[in-house]
Design a protein around this ligand. Structure first.
Ligand code: UDX
Ligand code: ADP
Length: 463
């Protein structure tokens, strides 16, 4: 079969960019992205492409090319489901915050709601594509709901995990390392797989489109993220050892990365990984392993998270220790709040946890980030439930001008690797700070010796 109408439920960081690229590369397919969040849909439809709700380099051009032609954003969820022959589910699957599996398992309530809505509305056969990262065997639950609550129409469920990284989403979508499609190994299942292969084959070479059974596809996504996060925790573990022995973690990473079996990517020591996927997916993996009684497997992967938490805490503790064991009443300026550069996403960003620790120490934290809004920063802190919203408002200030943020500060913490930080006038910044002036570079982004020449006392992660 040839797909003519695609609906995507969920217009977030995954659904929005993915559908924009599918629509760009398939002008003959109508793609409608729906969301319950009216503000989000209005932003996707904003005439000014600078106001899209997701910041990604190059995304404005891709949306501008297809929007209104074959790419639509709407809140009319039922109508889009009804019209579609293929439905992507791209809703959020956060870690559960209540009940059984609290703090570990994925909360599938949004997925279940989607499945029930599809079952209620559909009057013709549909292919359902799981795009959100899901625990293994979710497809079975979705199929069960569809088959038992539907109007007698037939469904095929596919798993098509998204491997894009935020900040490089458009690049990753336009030239993916691979596309993975899992489905049932029955004639109908294979036909559905082929229909989705054809959508991607408009721009992805066939050799890079991998097809598997459903469970392999679902588990591959968790595994890919677990392996990537493990590399970051491994290099971060070594960063602490480097600091006490006099080795330089960047030099170690460079030396080991030249081994073609290890490779150079994902070896950058940092204040800790963030993002919506790594922690959630590993916790999920740990939960699944535990639920099968595989405690050694669960403990092995859990260590990746434990190391990451340790890295965030030791960064904050080191700031306090270096500043004579007290930061009470001191102005500490943060450069960056997003979990990595080139995104406005802050989910699980290390900056949130570092700020929380320093606020506990009664510091005045001032933040500058080129893309993150102040409401987002306050809501991130409130989400931790460490203290009242009012207390967070009093302890944290947001500045839109970096030089103002840094003026009069006792220390600067670099928490996101935004390129623009490297271009600042560091002499001017030093002149306007309290002395001694400290820089705590959690991304090894800045030129340490240049800063030292200006007069700063510099700490770089892993050095
Ligand atoms: C990740 C996966 O890369 C992607 O394939 C999947 O679809 C979603 O999860 P994302 O979280 O968007 O993507 O960004 P990624 O580039 O993987 O970075 C995750 C975190 O690890 C960031 O906080 C980043 O700063 C940190 N990181 C990454 C390091 O600290 N060091 C590194 O060497 C690489
Ligand atoms: P991701 O990073 O996985 O894309 P986001 O939180 O950015 O996650 O996006 C998920 C989107 O899915 C949100 O905008 C949310 O409003 C939307 N959503 C969740 N459940 C439904 C639903 N039942 N119908 C429509 N949209 C939904």
């Amino acid at each position: 079969m040839k797909v003519k109408n695609i609906c995507c439920i969920g217009a977030g960081y995954v659904g929005g960019p993915t559908m924009a690229v599918i629509a760009q590369k398939n002008p003959n397919i109508n793609v409608t992205v729906v969301d319950l969040n009216e503000k989000r849909i209005a932003a996707w439809n904003d005439d000014n492409l600078d106001n899209l709700p997701v910041y990604e380099p190059g995304l404005d051009a891709v949306v501008g090319e297809s929007r209104g032609r074959n790419l639509f954003f709407s809140t009319a969820v039922d109508a889009a489901i009804d019209a579609a022959d293929m439905i992507f589910i791209s809703v959020n699957t956060p870690t559960k915050t209540y009940g059984v599996g609290k703090g570990m398992a994925a909360d599938l309530k949004y997925i279940e709601l989607c499945a029930r809505q599809i079952a209620r509305v559909s009057k013709s056969d549909k292919i359902i594509v799981e795009k959100s990262t899901l625990p293994v065997r979710t497809a079975e639950a979705v199929k069960n709901i569809l088959d038992n609550t539907g109007n007698g129409v037939k469904y095929q469920i596919l798993s098509n995990p998204e491997f894009l990284a935020e900040g490089t989403a458009v690049e990753d979508l336009q030239a993916p390392d691979r596309v993975l499609i899992g489905g049932e190994q029955t004639p109908e299942g294979l036909e559905a797989i082929q229909a989705l292969v054809d959508v991607y084959a408009s721009w992805v070479p066939k050799a890079q489109i991998i097809t598997t059974n459903l469970w392999s596809s679902e588990l591959s996504k968790l595994t890919a993220n677990a392996f990537l996060a493990q590399r970051v925790s491994s290099i971060n573990a070594l960063s602490e050892l480097c600091e006490v022995t006099g080795a330089n973690v960047d030099e170690v990473a460079n030396a080991i990365g030249k081994d073609s079996r290890i490779g150079p990517k994902f070896l950058k020591a940092s204040v800790g990984f963030g993002g919506s996927c790594f922690q959630k997916d590993i916790l999920n993996l740990v939960y699944i392993a535990k639920s099968y009684g595989l405690d050694a497997v669960a403990d092995y992967w859990e260590q990746v998270i434990i190391m990451n938490d340790h890295q965030k805490h030791r960064f904050a503790a080191n700031m306090v220790r270096t500043m004579y064991n007290t930061v009470s009443g001191k102005k500490l300026a943060f450069l960056g709040w997003a979990f990595k550069k080139d995104t406005n996403d802050t989910r699980e960003s290390a900056a949130i946890y570092v700020a929380d620790k320093l606020i506990d120490e009664q510091a005045n934290v001032v933040v500058y980030d080129p893309k993150v809004t102040d409401q987002q920063m306050y809501s991130d802190l409130d989400y931790l439930q460490t203290r009242s919203s009012e207390a967070n408002q009093n302890a944290l200030t947001v500045e839109n001008d970096p030089y103002k943020a840094l003026e009069g500060a006792h220390a600067i913490a670099v928490l996101t690797e935004w390129d623009e930080f490297k271009t600042y006038d560091w002499q001017r910044i030093y002149d306007n700070m309290h002395k001694p002036a400290f820089v705590f570079d959690g991304r090894s982004l800045l030129d340490k010796s240049a800063l030292e020449q200006v007069g700063f006392q510099v700490y770089v992660i892993g050095q």
